[in-house]
Ligand binder design. Structure first.
Ligand code: MN
Ligand code: MN
Length: 477
C-alpha cells in the first residue's frame, strides 16, 4: 500500500496542472522586486489619468530611454528605438531587431483609454431654484453609474479657444486644489426616487451632474448669476468663453492618487488600471530590449472602451501605415518586404486585463477557468459573449508557443475566461489585429473592481506580466 500510494502521488505530481499563488513561494528578494516595480507603476499611473496624459507620459519615459520620433530617422538599423504618436491619443513604439523585418514583428498591444465621465459639449448650467452651477456629463465606456456619485473627481483635458489656442486644464490633483463631486440623494429620502430602481440604473446618465459653484455675481441685471460667475472664473484663469467648450475634451476622473492596499500592501489601488497596467508592463518590457532578434512593437490604442471605433482606435489604419513606413525605412538591408507579408508573419499579445475572482461573488465564475489574484498573468484564449460570439479565439498552435515561452522564462501564468458561460462577456482589440492573419492572444493581469473608479491589481501579477511581455519579445519567433 505505501508503495502504491507513493506511485499515485507521483502521478499526481507529473500529471496535474499546478496552480498556486506567486506569494506562496516568494522570497524576501522576490517581494522586494515586486514592490519596487509597483512603485514605478504607481508613479506612472499618477501622471496618466487620461489617454492624452498617458501618451505624454509614455513619450517622456521612452525618450529618457533612448527612443526617438520616427521622423528623426532617415533609416532604421538593428537596435534603433523609435515611436510615433497619433493625434496625442495613440502611440506606437518599437525596437528594431537583428533579423529582417520581413520575418514579422513581435507586437504587444494595450489600450490607454479608461471609463470616465466626459463633460458634454455645452456642459455648464445653473439650476434656477437652488442657484447651484453644474456640469452635465456623458459617461465614456461601461460604468456602473452609481460608482461615480459622492466620489471626489478631478477635471482633466484640453480646450481649443476660438483662435485655435490650446489650453490644458488639470484641476483637482495638486494639494490645495478644489475637487468636484456629483452629490447623491440621502438614504432618508431616496426610498421612492431610487429605492425601486435596479442597482445598475440606481443612478441615471442624466443624473451625473457635477457641482462647480454657488457664489453668484452681484449684479441684479444678470439672470444666471452663478453660471456667469463660473464663466468669469474660467475666463480669468484659462482665457476661455462658453462656446470654447464645444472644441474641448474635458474628462472627470477620480481625484485619487494610486495607493497600496491591504495590511501587507500586496495590492495596488488606482484609477484606470484597465488597461494602463498593460501599457506600463509592455512599455517597461520594450525599454529593456537592446538588440532583440525580432523587431518588437508596443501599440497603445485609444477608444477600446467604446468599441474601437475612430481614427485613434484599433480599427484605424494608423498602425498599418506605420508598419508600411517601417518597411520603407529599412529597404536598403531588407529589400522587397511588403507590409502585408510582414503583418501576416507577425505574432502578437493583446495586453488587456481579465476579471479576477472576487471572494464575495465567486458564483459568476467557473473557478477552474477563472483568474485568481496573485496567480500570475492571465492567458485568455477567447473572449466574446454567449457562444464565443465576436471573439478572437487563438489557435491551439499559438497557445502552445506562448505557453512554452512563459514556462521557459519562469513566468507565473494562468488560463482563464471572463466568467461563466452566458454570464456576460466582453471583447478586446485582439480581433482587429487578427484580421491581418497574424496570431494573437489576450494576455494580461487580473483586476478586481474592473471599471470602478478605483481598480485593484496584485503587485505579484504586475511584475509577472512584465516578465511575460519581456519573454514574449525576446523569444517569440
Ligand atoms: Mn481593457
Ligand atoms: Mn475595459
Amino acid at each position: 500500500m505505501p508503495n502504491a500510494k507513493k506511485k499515485s502521488k507521483k502521478i499526481e505530481e507529473v500529471l496535474l496542472r499546478k496552480r498556486e499563488s506567486i506569494w506562496k513561494k516568494a522570497t524576501k528578494k522576490d517581494i522586494d522586486t515586486f514592490f519596487k516595480y509597483a512603485e514605478g507603476y504607481k508613479d506612472f499611473m499618477k501622471a496618466a489619468k487620461t489617454e492624452r496624459e498617458t501618451v505624454a507620459k509614455v513619450v517622456e519615459l521612452a525618450r529618457t530611454n533612448g527612443f526617438r520620433e520616427i521622423s528623426e530617422f532617415k533609416q532604421i538599423k538593428p537596435g534603433d528605438r523609435f515611436y510615433e504618436v497619433n493625434k496625442d491619443k495613440m502611440i506606437i513604439l518599437g525596437v528594431a531587431g537583428k533579423k529582417s523585418i520581413d520575418e514579422g514583428l513581435n507586437i504587444i498591444t494595450a489600450h490607454l483609454d479608461s471609463p470616465r465621465l466626459d463633460l458634454k459639449q455645452l456642459p455648464l448650467y445653473e439650476d434656477g431654484e437652488t442657484e447651484i452651477a453644474l456640469f452635465k456629463t456623458h459617461y465614456y465606456g461601461g460604468i456602473k453609474k452609481y460608482h461615480w456619485v459622492a466620489f471626489p473627481l478631478a477635471i482633466h483635458g484640453v480646450v481649443y479657444t476660438k483662435d485655435g489656442k490650446k489650453v490644458s486644464i488639470e484641476i483637482g490633483e495638486k494639494a490645495g486644489d478644489p475637487v468636484f463631486i456629483i452629490p447623491d440623494l440621502l438614504p432618508h429620502l431616496a426610498r421612492n426616487v431610487q429605492g425601486e430602481r435596479k442597482l445598475f440604473d440606481g443612478i441615471k446618465g442624466e443624473e451625473l451632474n457635477i457641482i462647480v459653484g454657488s457664489i453668484p455675481v452681484q449684479d441684479e441685471d444678470v439672470k444666471q448669476k452663478v453660471k456667469v460667475a463660473v464663466l468669469d472664473y474660467l475666463n480669468k484663469n484659462y482665457g476661455i468663453v462658453e462656446e470654447d467648450f464645444v472644441s474641448a475634451e474635458l474628462e472627470a476622473v477620480p481625484a485619487v492618487a494610486p495607493m497600496d492596499s491591504g495590511f501587507d500592501r500586496s495590492f495596488v489601488l488606482a484609477y484606470g488600471q484597465d488597461d494602463r497596467v498593460c501599457v506600463y508592463t509592455a512599455l517597461t518590457a520594450l525599454m529593456e530590449l537592446e538588440k532583440p532578434d525580432k523587431w518588437c512593437l508596443a501599440v497603445f490604442y485609444d477608444k477600446e472602451e467604446i468599441g474601437s471605433a475612430g481614427n485613434t482606435s484599433a480599427t484605424s489604419y494608423f498602425f498599418e501605415n506605420f508598419v508600411a513606413n517601417l518597411c520603407m525605412m529599412c529597404t536598403e538591408q531588407h529589400c522587397g518586404c511588403d507590409v502585408k507579408s510582414v503583418l501576416e508573419r507577425s505574432k502578437a499579445l493583446s495586453g488587456d486585463v481579465d476579471a479576477g475572482v472576487d471572494p464575495t461573488y465567486k458564483e459568476v465564475h467557473d473557478l477552474n477557468n477563472a483568474a485568481k489574484m496573485g496567480y500570475g498573468i492571465v492567458v485568455t484564449k477567447y473572449t466574446g459573449v454567449g457562444g464565443k460570439y465576436s471573439a478572437n479565439d487563438a489557435h491551439a498552435e499559438y497557445m502552445g508557443k506562448v505557453r512554452q515561452i512563459f514556462n521557459k522564462a519562469g513566468v507565473a501564468w494562468q488560463s482563464a475566461e471572463l466568467g461563466k458561460v452566458d454570464e456576460g462577456g466582453g471583447g478586446t482589440v485582439a480581433k482587429y489585429l487578427a484580421m491581418y492573419n497574424m496570431d494573437i492572444v489576450d494576455c494580461g493581469p487580473a483586476v478586481l473592481s474592473m471599471h470602478a473608479p478605483l481598480e485593484i491589481t496584485s503587485k505579484a501579477d504586475l511584475y509577472h506580466t512584465h516578465l511575460a511581455y519581456l519573454a514574449f519579445y525576446e523569444n517569440m519567433d
